[in-house]
Design a protein around this ligand. Structure first.
Ligand SMILES: [Zn+2]
Length: 143
């Protein structure tokens, strides 16, 4: 684990506190942000594009593990994904690609199909290709 990730995990841990009732805001003054976790809310995992209720995610040191693809992500990511527009999501994936976004995807065909089912496929790929600065149609070239 890189220092940066460890640092980030430590930072995230300060944001939330687990007790018998679930995640509670950290009232401490040093907490800059608090990303609330709702056990009954459905979260969209960016790596498999499956929606699952919060309680199905396993949390571990500030990271949340998707019950479907088993990828781990920060709570901030789960919350951000839900508030992103389709083009913002494309930008997010584009920025993430150099840090192995596509390597984390268990099944590209399924991922791409879920993108279609969610109704964001066209906007996503239009934006992604725009960011790439080309209009290549070959799937491998997109990644
Ligand atoms: Zn997943």
């Amino acid at each position: 684990m890189s220092f940066k990730i460890a640092e980030k995990m430590d930072y995230d841990r300060k944001q939330t506190k687990l007790d018998a009732e679930g995640y509670k805001p950290n009232k401490a003054k040093y907490a800059k942000d608090f990303y609330e976790f709702d056990f009954n809310k459905k979260y969209l995992c960016p790596f498999c594009l499956e929606l699952n209720e919060g309680y199905k995610f396993n949390s571990n040191h500030g990271y949340f593990r998707c019950p479907n693809c088993k990828n781990q992500m920060m709570l901030k990511t789960l919350n951000n994904i839900l508030s992103m527009s389709n083009t913002e999501f494309a930008k997010w994936v584009f920025d993430y690609r150099l840090n192995g976004f596509w390597d984390k995807i268990p099944d590209f065909e399924k991922w791409n199909n879920n993108l279609y089912i969610l109704g964001i496929s066209r906007e996503f790929w239009e934006e992604y290709k725009k960011l790439r600065g080309d209009s290549k149609n070959d799937r491998e070239e997109w990644l």
